[in-house]
Ligand binder design. Structure first.
Ligand code: ADP
Ligand code: ZN
Length: 445
């Protein structure tokens, strides 16, 4: 870690006993909780129907492997049984509702009891504490408040630790910078694509965050991002940036999080059971291989979800983490199964392109992938922002750069894209999750 205070071994865990539980005990705890949650789920209209159809008898769940007798739950199920079909408690016991961002269609809604909110806040506090956040830190939460889980989810976790929370929300970048300077913000939570934009604004305003701010930690998540993006954020702000993963269907943020070693995200196995499956065959993949992440909630009261197909692609990081936590780690998410593009028969994930671009020092902070749908086969083009220092070089230089980018991308994805270089900060930006891919129907390429 770069700027965090030295941590003593006794001071690194929020819940030492749970975070370092030996594997066998962790499994025993999971089994106990799994039985409970399956029993509870049986009272929801959705699982009542599923258990009947698949002849699942909750009393016969005796081992963790027995979980596989239960079919997967999908986003489609959540949509079909919208809004109350997954509830196991009367509506009067609910105290909060959230919703997914709707990135891939109609948003799904989730409900929380008081106990659910408390255990969620506790998980988020565990994540933040793990990275070195302590009472007295000033936490500026630059994620959307409201239905999106990123804002309130972190808010209560940070309060639990005893941080001073600035509920800034996203956008209004100059005000964000003002808050950071004025209140000596030490920790931020921010969408990675927005963090790059904030860096651009700092440059334009002549602000050197290393000198003018007290920042030491950023939590970045909510959208896939390449390691190069983290590097840029860490280098520019002079901080540690930790990858944060979660999804509203199983609470929100706080599902998996990086520890100071940044070698994968610990997925809290006392709260979730993790499976990685082949999205085509639906069979488990061998440990360490990439597949779709499937999660079972172990502690949710109002709306338990079993074997939820997240559509997110990742793998288990093998081996033990040097931090001493025993909970499995998942690797950086490479995308969603539905993000996959097929160009000339080749499967491509946007993050593969991002990885190439972010490793090139000439490339600025934004890019846009366009897929041109044509009867003769789909074509790929990429608009790439070039950094100020390089954009105003002569035409020959830019042409060489354009070709270099095309070549490097082809080496990675085996398809030659059309590359267009554009001015810094000229591509559209969103306050929320970045939109990296645009599909265009039958237009000139
Ligand atoms: P939506 O699925 O509509 O975007 P959410 O707001 O619940 O709704 O977002 C959860 C999704 O965001 C995850 O399923 C995943 O695809 C993405 N996501 C969240 N955190 C990360 C992360 N650290 N890295 C990559 N993707 C992430
Ligand atoms: Zn660790």
């Amino acid at each position: 870690m770069k700027n965090s205070p030295d941590l003593t071994p006794n001071d690194v865990y929020w819940e030492p006993a749970l975070e370092t539980l030996p594997e066998e005990e962790l499994k025993a705890l999971q089994l106990e909780r799994l039985k409970e949650v399956i029993n509870r789920a049986a009272s929801s209209p959705f699982y009542q129907k599923v258990f009947k159809e698949y002849k699942v008898d909750p009393a016969k769940i005796r081992s963790l492997d027995d979980l596989r007798r239960i079919p997967f739950t999908t986003k489609e199920d959540l949509r079909q049984w919208y809004p109350y079909g997954f509830l196991t408690v009367p509506k009067e016991k609910l105290v909060r509702m959230h919703s997914s961002s709707g990135t891939t269609g109609k948003p799904t809604v989730v409900f929380y009891t008081r106990r659910d909110l408390d255990s969620w806040a506790n998980l988020v506090a565990r994540c933040m504490y793990m990275t070195g956040v302590r009472p007295g830190d000033v936490f500026q939460n630059m994620m959307g408040y409201g239905l999106f889980t990123g804002g309130l989810g972190f808010h209560y976790g940070a309060e639990k630790i005893g941080c001073l929370v600035i509920p800034a929300g996203p956008g209004n970048t100059k005000r964000q910078l003002f808050l950071m300077r004025e209140f000596e913000t030490t920790v931020v939570h921010i969408i990675p694509s927005y963090a790059l934009y904030v860096a651009e604004v700092c440059k334009a305003e002549g602000i050197d965050p290393k000198k003018e701010f007290k920042l030491r930690i950023a939590f970045i998540g909510a959208e896939p991002h390449a390691e190069g993006i983290r590097q840029r954020i860490e280098d520019f702000f002079g901080i540690d940036a930790f990858n944060s993963y979660g999804l509203s269907e199983v609470n929100g943020p706080g599902v998996a999080f990086e520890c100071p070693y940044k070698q994968g995200m610990h997925l809290w196995e006392d709260a979730y059971i993790v499976e990685i499956i082949d999205p085509e065959t639906l069979e488990p993949v061998p440990e360490g291989e990439e597949g779709e992440l499937v999660l079972t909630t172990l502690t949710r009261e109002g709306m338990p979800i079993l074997r939820y197909r997240t559509r997110d692609l990742t793998r288990i990081v093998p081996g033990k983490c040097p931090c001493g936590r025993t909970h499995k780690r998942i690797a950086r998410i490479t995308g969603r199964t539905d993000d996959m593009l097929i160009i000339k028969g080749v499967n491509i994930y946007p993050i593969q392109i991002e990885r190439v671009l972010m490793d090139l020092p000439e490339v600025g902070s934004n890019y846009l992938i366009e897929v041109h749908k044509k009867e003769t086969g789909d074509k790929l083009s990429i608009k790439v922002e070039v950094k100020n220092d390089f954009f105003y070089e002569d035409m020959r230089y830019l042409e060489k750069l354009r070709k270099k980018i095309g070549r490097k991308v082809r080496e990675e994805i085996l398809v030659t894209p059309k590359v267009e270089l554009v001015e810094p900060n000229s591509l559209p930006r969103t306050e929320g999750k970045a939109k990296r891919v645009i599909i265009k129907e039958n237009v000139n390429y």
